[in-house]
Design a protein around this ligand. Structure first.
Ligand code: SF4
Length: 460
């Protein structure tokens, strides 16, 4: 009688009871995919192991956006391959495997690969490594129709509302990695949000690559303002809804109007502009109409009380002249954003910009980045100083200790006001150990260029 070798024998449920660990690199969208993978593996009876080296399966959710991120991803995967123990599996997931050119850069010794568009196949991928019958559980699914229960419902949570991008900015690899825009169904997003709020989350952060065009692939014109409004009206016990990655286009006006209607919708506008000189923006294949940008910023300031503006910029794009850089610096000094992120241009093979000549020397690009940061620090410092004396609500996210000048160790709580986005903006420090997830009214007593210090308001 023909007998299958041991390894061929499929053992249903063999992964149940095993442990996994997910190491997430890159952006908030990757973090959301990791949450999804975690949820699917736990549904199979597996458990999270916080020490990757001790886990039966290590999943590295890689980033492939820039060369530096790819190098880091290869390094982390290599680390786990090098310490792999018998019977342990290492999976490379995320954006790097989706970049055909770099897939081969992933270290030998990995047991499986899943691209960023396949994260929802993690269950059957892990199952087959443990010899389970390969049942295409995710047939007919995609990363945005796969609903999952967030396993971590902390004070703040990212909810990915769409993935991919229909633009083709000259420096960007995302459309190659993720493909065109695909939006998650509004009901799925609402359900995910309701679930998180029911479990104590106070801030929901909507993320995607091109958030303002949410729903366009579903045939919905003003999908994002409608979605935001439905969350504000149908999840009344959600204190804060924040949206990130807003591409500058006229739809932003409707989003601003929706923000003005509902307190839940934070008056926080994160609009990466990348540059301000129309000639550079045209070479970047990005909107170069300065009047539109001015109209959007002006509408926000006129319509929203206390609105907070964040942008992201690139210095050193091929051909960037001193005059063009000067235009960018003046733009920042004039517009006075609350928060600015600045990156130096990174030449990415496969992008339109990679073929552009006239590179800007890396040192000059870095020098220009430094000049923008310096100008922004002065603006940010003054704006933070103006917040001293104000009483604001702080979402407590961590507690720790600090040492005072006499060397005494004191408990300290760390949080954010609605004016600061998670992970990218400044923090608020308060004395004492406050409950994580609490929303505390506090009076700002001191400020640096990025952070604030506050005293909790003592109820009378
Ligand atoms: S809009 Fe953003 S994600 Fe899309 S191509 Fe441009 S930079 Fe990349």
């Amino acid at each position: 009688m023909f007998a299958l070798p041991e390894t061929q024998l499929r053992r249903p449920g063999a992964s149940a009871g095993r442990s996994f660990s997910i190491v997430t690199l890159g952006c908030a969208k990757n973090r959301s995919d990791s949450e999804g993978m975690q949820s699917l593996l736990e549904q199979r009876g597996m458990s999270e192991c916080t020490d990757p080296a001790a886990a039966d399966v290590v999943i590295v959710n890689t980033c492939g956006f820039l060369g530096a991120a790819r190098d880091e991803s290869v390094g982390v995967v290599q680390e786990f391959v090098d310490i792999k123990k018998p019977g342990q599996f290492v999976i490379a997931a995320g954006c790097m495997p989706a970049l055909g050119d770099y897939r081969n850069d992933l270290p030998a010794g990995i047991d499986s690969i899943l691209t960023t568009r396949e994260w929802f196949k993690i269950g059957e991928t892990v199952g087959s490594l443990f010899g389970e019958p390969v049942l295409p559980e995710s047939a007919g699914c995609d990363g945005l129709t796969t609903t999952f229960t967030h396993t971590h419902a902390g004070p703040s949570a990212y909810v990915k509302i769409a993935d991919g991008c229909d633009h083709a900015c000259a420096f960007c690899t995302i459309p190659t990695i993720k493909g065109g825009q695909t939006s998650k169904r509004p009901l799925h997003i609402l359900q995910e949000t309701i679930d998180l709020v029911a479990r104590g989350t106070k801030e929901i952060v909507f993320v995607s690559q091109d958030t303002i065009r949410y729903g366009s692939d579903l045939g919905v014109k003003n999908g994002l303002p409608e979605l935001m409004t439905s969350v504000a009206t149908q999840v009344p016990n959600l204190p804060w809804l924040r949206v990130l990655y807003i591409y500058p286009n006229p739809n932003v006006l409707k989003m601003i109007d929706a923000m003005a209607e509902h307190d839940t919708l934070l008056n926080y506008i994160d609009m990466p502009l990348q540059h301000a000189a129309p000639s550079v923006l045209r070479r970047m294949l990005r909107p170069s109409d300065r009047k539109l940008t001015a109209r959007l910023l002006d509408h926000a300031r006129k319509t929203l009380d206390d609105c907070v503006l964040r942008t992201t910029l690139i210095t050193g794009f091929p051909g960037e002249t001193d005059e063009e850089f000067g235009e960018l610096l003046r733009f920042i000094e004039t517009e006075e954003f609350d928060h600015v992120g600045v990156f130096t241009y990174s030449p990415e093979p496969g992008t339109v910009a990679f073929g552009l000549g006239d590179p800007v020397p890396a040192e000059l690009a870095e020098e220009r980045r430094g000049m923008i940061m310096e100008a922004q620090q002065a603006i940010s410092y003054r704006k933070n100083q103006d917040r001293i004396g104000r009483t604001m609500t702080v979402l407590i996210e961590a507690v720790g200790e600090s040492e005072d000048v006499e060397g005494n160790i004191e408990p300290v709580s760390v949080g954010r006001t609605w004016q600061n986005a998670p992970e990218v903006d400044g923090l608020v420090f308060l004395p004492g150990e406050l409950p994580i997830g609490a929303m505390v009214d506090a009076t700002i007593v001191d400020a640096s260029e990025y952070d604030l210090w506050a005293e909790p308001v003592v109820a009378e």
